[in-house]
Design a protein. Structure first.
Length: 534
């Protein structure tokens, strides 16, 4: 115990195992918030991959999700420690690899998780709820305010609201898992109620009324764009029709988008009771429920709003955003039928994006905590509040990084900013799977003592390879022509710049960790040869 106290920041983490199956299932569902991810995919994917059938996209996108469910459940059972994939990757491939993975996953959480959700909450959920009410009541002031939320710019209305939402996430996370669990349960219950209302709106929607409703809504915002003109613009540009090839290629980045982060409960494995069965059941049940719901939603949206129009609206927004009075998302289309519909749609999205952000802040802060516990980061980041049993400083660091990324996203064009960082998530999700695939073969004794008690070496490697291949396709699809040209286009050089900068930052953190450990008379390699205490 004395040796352990010298090796790690403390003899014990100070965290408490309080989470059960329901809590972990709720965390997974709270991060998935399937309608929110569904809305974003239907908004982005038709432009980036024209002609893709999104029902097939979601089905294929679930393949890496199922693979990750298996890997993360088994690895969490063998190493039930706070920090999740950071812990096993560093024990398998060492601190340099782990340091780089740490930065990739921290930034991935910002790009696809906290910041994308915060941006979406402001520019889609809140803005479109206010816009729909303003259009229905002929309140031009409310319409103008709603439009101001989508205007890029530092210190603008949208930026200010986004910063306040991040602050709310951090405050809830600081109060620890008991408050977090209560908030998630209450939030998810409200979300499911409003989600049921959203689905009811889609079921009751009359497709014949949609063109007229859309035209009126655009006119209320001062736009002369109509349903027919959007279709004609897309037709003139020659946007392609359905293609199986496009659907397959789109499936990896966009089909998986809704599932991203569903496995982040693994970062709380050290605070989970009976992690062996809890993680397995919660992850698989969550993915199965999500796949079924997504396919049903696809049917309803295609029936209500016409697949050709969805494709055309996405194209017009990306190439001529000034033509539209607000973002052309399925949620906005559904909200046009009545003020009640707008309320159901808006509330479900607002609540969904708040609970997903809180879940991301709580879970990823445990990765920061684990890195500090291993001496890779300053010791202060592993301190745990005696009152709340929460790593307060780690949570605050996540909040600060979130504010930085929120600012980057709101000062410029969202499409270009997204693409500038789009290589990072594919590698971030791939790196833990590479470590898991190699684990049974390069650390045989450790594997037998931990994960090998719950599954075979071959199973871990083969299932990890399924996820690795999926994310490799995601990464490669951004670099090579895919019918419509190079995916990243002019953003390719910026994307590589951010990719290289992420690696460099990881190496800098490793350099700091090595110096920090050395100054304390500790060999950093010795730290990573041991599994951290509970």
């Amino acid at each position: 115990m004395e040796n352990q106290a010298k090796t790690f920041a403390r003899e014990a983490t100070g965290l408490v195992r309080t989470l059960g199956f329901l809590d972990q299932f709720i965390i997974s569902q709270a991060i998935i918030v399937l309608v929110n991810g569904f809305v974003l995919t239907f908004f982005f994917a038709p432009y980036f991959f024209p002609g893709a059938n999104l029902a097939l996209v979601f089905a294929l996108g679930s393949i890496p999700a199922f693979a990750m469910s298996f890997v993360y459940a088994k690895m969490s059972a063998g190493m039930p420690r706070s920090g999740g994939d950071y812990v096993w990757s560093t024990r398998v491939l060492g601190p340099i690899y782990g340091s780089v993975q740490f930065v990739f996953l921290l930034f991935t959480t910002m790009i696809i998780g906290i910041v994308l959700s915060t941006w979406s909450n402001v520019t889609i959920a809140i803005s479109q709820l206010l816009y729909a009410f303003g259009a229905a009541s002929s309140n031009s002031g409310l319409v103008s305010f709603a439009q101001s939320l989508t205007t890029p710019g530092l210190f603008g209305t949208g930026w200010t609201l986004a910063m306040l939402l991040v602050l709310l996430d951090v405050v809830i996370a600081v109060f620890g898992l008991r408050v977090f669990a209560w908030f998630q349960r209450a939030g998810l219950a409200l979300y499911y109620i409003s989600l049921a209302g959203f689905i009811a709106v889609l079921i009751a929607f009359d497709p014949n009324t949609f063109p007229g409703l859309f035209n009126s809504a655009m006119a209320a915002g001062g736009s002369s764009t109509t349903y027919a003109s959007i279709l004609s613009q897309a037709t003139a540009a020659g946007t392609p029709s359905f293609s199986l090839t496009n659907s397959l290629l789109a499936a990896v980045p966009w089909g998986f988008l809704t599932f991203t982060g569903f496995n982040f409960g693994a970062y709380l494995a050290g605070e989970t009771k009976n992690a062996k069965s809890t993680m397995w059941r919660s992850l698989f049940v969550s993915v199965i429920v999500t796949v079924i719901a997504l396919l049903f939603l696809c049917f309803l949206v295609y029936r209500d709003f016409n697949s050709n129009f969805i494709q055309a609206a996405s194209y017009v927004q990306a190439t001529n955003s000034g033509a539209l009075a607000t973002l052309p998302t399925p949620s906005f289309f559904a909200s046009l039928s009545s003020p009640a519909a707008a309320a159901f749609v808006g509330i479900s999205l607002i609540v969904g994006w708040i609970i997903v952000c809180v879940a991301y802040v709580v879970t990823i802060s445990r990765m920061v905590f684990a890195a500090s516990f291993d001496r890779l980061l300053p010791n202060s980041l592993s301190k745990v509040s005696d009152r709340f049993h929460s790593p307060t400083m780690a949570v605050l660091l996540v909040g600060i990084v979130s504010w930085i990324f929120v600012t980057l996203y709101t000062i410029g064009n969202f499409y270009s900013t997204w693409l500038n960082y789009s290589m990072i998530p594919a590698i971030g999700y791939m790196m833990p799977l590479i470590a898991a695939a190699l684990f049974p073969w390069i650390k045989k004794d450790l594997f037998k003592r931990t994960v090998g008690q719950f599954t075979s070496a071959v199973a871990v490697t083969l299932v990890s390879l399924v996820g690795i291949i999926a994310f490799a396709v995601w990464f490669l699809s951004q670099n090579f022509p895919i019918l419509t040209g190079v995916y990243l286009g002019s953003n390719l050089s910026y994307a590589y710049g951010s990719f290289i900068a992420t690696i460099a930052l990881g190496l800098i953190i490793y350099g700091y960790g090595r110096w920090h450990a050395s100054s304390l008379g500790i060999d950093l390699k010795q730290v990573y040869s041991e599994i951290p205490p509970e």
